[in-house]
Every structure is written in structure tokens, then in C-alpha cells.
Design a protein around this ligand. Structure first.
Ligand code: UDP
Length: 324
């Protein structure tokens, strides 16, 4: 049985990845400091004898005897990663070094969950892996953007100079069940606002675009990358090329939740990318991978998740209110 370490395993993508790995017969160690991930995301996995959670910060070295490492740990929502930007850079950089050191000691492959943020506010559209990006190195997003760019640089230097087996994956906007209600990203914000009967907070004119990938598709891509032979290092884009404007996303969420679409316009965030869409030709050619879940289908599943959660919460509230 293969033992796999997933750093950031209690987050959105990490928890779905742990679940898939367990289902496929792996022993899974989930390393997470629970700063943005949640225990509830993995609580039912904890019932498996093949799953263990280790609460630990990736900024500090770690050691486990494993056969492969998926290094996902980092706050990924702009709201969260900008709260303590110095810590965000530390997590991206020290976390990468600690994951690479372990992979080097054990001689096992390590996958880096990089991001479309390495392209910044792109001047090439859609973004292929050959595009070097357009990042403001001193802006409010740079703690994450430059942190991840530095992580990529470390991965390739450990590979070239120390022979570590690496896979670098650039993950575009991903959504799905287990997003936090207070995650701060647009999909969860819009769904939570719609379900609570509030206006949807559209930043700027809403003409900026993103391409949203359903989490199951993303996880499938990660597994396929890891299983490719050692000569494939990436970087490779993983994301759904179905591009929508934020205004269209708001209208879609309103329609699918059955509420009247009301916008509450807010100021556009500094350095907010104007457009984003992955060129996934490399993933198609090398992994035989492309997303299978369209935006509406994925949103419906995510809305159902948030509906269930809010019912659970109101049930809990009623229970607490009825206590003597
Ligand atoms: N956004 C928005 N309303 C929100 C949250 C985000 O209009 O309540 C916008 C945000 O300004 C950006 C896009 O939606 O243009 C995607 O933001 P998100 O934080 O989800 O992810 P990003 O791709 O910027 O990392």
C-alpha cells in the first residue's frame, strides 16, 4: 500500500484529494495547521484506519516515511492570504523548502500546487505555461503571487541541482463543496449571499473574467500529473477554460438559487486580474485530461452543499435555543 502525504489536506482541494487517495487504496497522512482548512472537511475521513491528521505548520520542518508528497499547504483566498502577508510569503517559501527537503531525503516525487496567480494581471490571453506573467512585485497580492513564483523557482532548482522529482501544477480558480462560507472568494460569497437573501457584492463593473474549475475535475488532474513518469515536471495548467465575467457569474448564481438578482457594487480590488483563462493544451496532450463538470452543474452541487450546511446550522441553533 502506497503512503501519501498531503500538506494542506484539510482545505478545499486537499480534502477532496485525501478522499480520492483513500478510495484508491492509499494510506494518507494529512498535514495541516487548520488556519484556513477545517477539521470538518476531513472529519469523516478520520474514521478510516488509513487516514491520519497531523496538525502542523509547514513553515517548520516535518518528516514522514511516504512514497509521494502533494504539497498544497498555503492560504489561497485573497482575503485570507492578505490578512498576514508576511506569513503568507513564509508559508509559500518555507513550506516549499520543507516539502522539497523531505522529498530529497526520501527520494520520492513531490507535487507543487502553484497557481494561476503566477501570471498576475495577464497580457497574454488565454495563459499558456510559456507565458512568464505580469505580476506587481510590491502590491497587496504579491505576498501570494511572488511567494508561489519563488516556490516554483525552488522546485526547479531542487530538481536541477539536487535531482528531486518534481511536478509543478498551476491551479486556476477552483470551487466546490467544502469551501468555507467565509472563504471570501467570489463563488462562495455569491452563493452564501444569495441563500441569505442579500445582494451580491460585485467588485467594479463585473466585466473582469475568471474560469472556474469544479474540485473533482481538479483532483483528477492532480492524480494524473503525479502518475506521469519522472521526466514530466510541468509546469502544467489545470483549470476549466470556460470563461465567465463576474457579472454573469452573479446572474447565474441568482438564477440557480432562485432569487432575484440584485448587485451591490463595491470598489474593484487593487491589482485584480482583468481576465483569466487557462490554456490547457499541455494537460490535454500529456495527461489526457480536460474538465468534465460544466459551471452550472458544479454550481448546483456547491449550492446544494451550502443549503445543507445552513439547514444543519439552523438545526443546531434550534437545539441550542431549546437547551434549559
Ligand atoms: N469578487 C467579487 N465579489 C466578491 C468576491 C470577489 O466581485 O464578493 C471578484 C474579485 O474582485 C475578482 C473575482 O471576483 O475580480 C475573483 O475573485 P476571487 O477572490 O474569487 O479569486 P481571485 O481569482 O481574484 O484569486
Amino acid at each position: 500500500m502506497e503512503t501519501v502525504l498531503v500538506t494542506g489536506g484539510a482545505g478545499l482541494i486537499g480534502s477532496h484529494l485525501c478522499e480520492r487517495l483513500l478510495a484508491e487504496g492509499s494510506e494518507v497522512i494529512c498535514l495541516d495547521n487548520l488556519s484556513t482548512g477545517g477539521r470538518e472537511n476531513i472529519s469523516y475521513l478520520s474514521e478510516s484506519p488509513h487516514f491520519s491528521l497531523v496538525v502542523h505548520d509547514v513553515c517548520e520542518p516535518f518528516h514522514f516515511d511516504v512514497d509521494a508528497i502533494y504539497h498544497l499547504a498555503a492560504p489561497a483566498s485573497p482575503v485570507h492570504y492578505q490578512k498576514d502577508p508576511v506569513q503568507t510569503t513564509r508559508t509559500c517559501v518555507l513550506g516549499a523548502i520543507n516539502a522539497l527537503e523531505l522529498a530529497g531525503r526520501l527520494g520520492v516525487p513531490v507535487l507543487c500546487a502553484s497557481t494561476s496567480e503566477v501570471y498576475g494581471d495577464p497580457e497574454v490571453h488565454p495563459q499558456p505555461e510559456t507565458y512568464a506573467g505580469h505580476v506587481n512585485p510590491i502590491g497587496p497580492r504579491s505576498c501570494y503571487d511572488e511567494g508561489k513564483r519563488c516556490a516554483e523557482s525552488l522546485f526547479f532548482d531542487y530538481h536541477r541541482s539536487r535531482g528531486v522529482g518534481i511536478k509543478v501544477v498551476r491551479i486556476f480558480n477552483t470551487y466546490g463543496p467544502r469551501m468555507r462560507a467565509d472563504d471570501g472568494r467570489v463563488v462562495s460569497n455569491f452563493i452564501v449571499q444569495a441563500l441569505q437573501g442579500e445582494s451580491l457584492t460585485v467588485h467594479g463593473d463585473g466585466h473582469q473574467t475568471r474560469s472556474f474549475c469544479y474540485v473533482d475535475d481538479l483532483v483528477e488532474g492532480l492524480l494524473r500529473v503525479m502518475r506521469l513518469d519522472a521526466s514530466f515536471t510541468g509546469p502544467v495548467n489545470l483549470g476549466n477554460p470556460e470563461e465567465v465575467s463576474i457579472a454573469t457569474l452573479a446572474e447565474t448564481v441568482a438564477r440557480l438559487t432562485g432569487v432575484e438578482c440584485r448587485f451591490r457594487h463595491q470598489a474593484r480590488l487593487p491589482d485584480d486580474p482583468t481576465c483569466r483563462r487557462p490554456d490547457i493544451s499541455l494537460a490535454i496532450a500529456n495527461l489526457g485530461w480536460a474538465p468534465t463538470v460544466g459551471l452550472e452543474a458544479g454550481l448546483q452541487r456547491t449550492i446544494a452543499y451550502f443549503r445543507d450546511r445552513s439547514k444543519g446550522r439552523s438545526r443546531r441553533r434550534n437545539y441550542i435555543a431549546s437547551l434549559p
